[in-house]
Ligand binder design. Structure first.
Ligand code: ADP
Ligand code: ADP
Length: 231
C-alpha cells in the first residue's frame, strides 16, 4: 500500500550548514518509526520537514498522496492542525490552563465547539487513566505526568500521524517507559502512525522500524519486526 508519509531527495541547509542531504524516507500507515542518530545529525530537521514545519530546500514531502511543498502555507497549517499531532521534549503545555483545557486546545483551534471539545478531551483523559489530573495546572504535574498529558493532547484530534521529538528526553527511564507505553497504545487504538526522534536505543526498540541519520544522511535498516519473509 502507498506510504502515508514520504521524503524524496530532501535537502535542507541552515546558512552554509547542511542539515539534510538527499534524504529519502517512507513511512507506512500505522507504522511506528524511530529516527535515531547522534546529536546534530539532522534528526529534528528531518522531523520538522516531514511535519511541514520546515520547508526543504530541494526534494519533496508527500503526505497521504499530497505534496506538502506545493501547498500554500495556509493549507499546510490545516494539515498540521487537523492531520498531525505533536509531542515535544518539554514545555509544550500552556502553563495557565488546567490539564483538561490543554487537551481541548487542538480541537478549539480547529473550531470544534467548547462543549464537544470538552467531551472529547474528557473521554480521552478517562481512557488514558489521566482523569485524576483534569483540574491541575502543568506546574503541578511531574515530568512524566506532563508528558502523558502532552500525549493526550497530541491524539485528541484523531491525527493520522503523531510526531514526537525526544518525548522521553527529560524523564527518568521508568517515567519514559510509561510515556512510550501510553503513546504507542493510544496511537495503535486510533490507527495513528508515529514518527519518533530519539537518541535512546531503549525507546527506539519500541518502534516497528528504525532509521539512522548521520551527517544529514538517512540510512534505513530493517529490524527483525519489519523483515518481510517473502521479501
Ligand atoms: P539533531 O536533531 O540530530 O540533533 P538537528 O536537525 O537539530 O540535529 O541539526 C542538524 C544540523 O543543523 C546541526 O548542525 C544544527 O546545528 C543545524 N541546525 C538545526 N537547526 C538550525 C537552525 N534553526 N539554524 C541554524 N542551524 C541549525
Ligand atoms: P466548570 O464548568 O467545570 O467549572 P469552567 O469552564 O468554568 O468549567 O472552567 C474549567 C477550568 O478551567 C477551571 O479550573 C477554570 O479555572 C479554568 N479556566 C477557564 N478559563 C481559563 C483561563 N482563561 N485561564 C486559565 N484557566 C481557565
Amino acid at each position: 500500500s502507498a506510504p502515508i508519509l514520504a521524503a524524496h531527495a530532501v535537502t535542507k541547509s541552515f546558512g552554509s550548514t547542511p542539515a539534510l542531504r538527499d534524504a529519502d524516507l517512507s513511512v507506512a500507515a500505522g507504522e511506528v518509526l524511530a529516527i535515531m542518530g547522534p546529536s546534530g545529525s539532522g534528526k529534528s530537521t528531518l522531523l520538522h520537514c516531514l511535519a511541514g514545519i520546515l520547508s526543504p530546500d530541494t526534494g519533496e514531502i508527500i503526505f497521504d498522496g499530497h505534496s506538502l511543498n506545493t501547498m500554500s502555507e495556509n493549507e499546510r497549517t490545516l494539515v498540521r492542525r487537523d492531520r498531525f499531532g505533536f509531542v515535544f521534549q518539554f514545555g509544550q503545555l500552556v502553563p495557565e490552563l488546567p490539564v483538561l483545557e490543554n487537551v481541548m486546545l487542538p480541537l478549539l483551534l480547529g473550531h470544534t465547539s467548547r462543549r464537544m471539545a470538552r467531551a472529547a478531551a474528557t473521554a480521552l483523559l478517562d481512557r488514558l487513566d489521566l482523569s485524576g489530573l483534569h483540574r491541575r495546572r502543568p506546574g503541578e504535574l511531574s515530568g512524566g505526568q506532563a508528558q502523558r498529558v502532552a500525549v493526550a493532547r497530541a491524539l485528541v484530534n484523531q491525527p493520522k500521524v503523531v510526531f514526537a521529538d525526544e518525548p522521553t528526553g527529560s524523564l527518568d527511564s521508568l517515567a519514559g517507559e510509561n510515556v512510550m507505553d501510553l503513546l504507542l497504545t493510544a496511537a495503535r487504538e486510533q490507527d495513528a502512525t508515529v514518527v519518533l526522534v530519539t537518541h535512546d536505543a531503549r525507546v527506539a526498540a519500541c518502534a516497528d522500524r528504525e532509521v539512522l541519520v548521520r551527517d544529514g544522511e538517512v540510512t534505513d535498516y530493517a529490524t527483525v519486526a519489519s523483515v518481510d519473509p517473502d521479501g
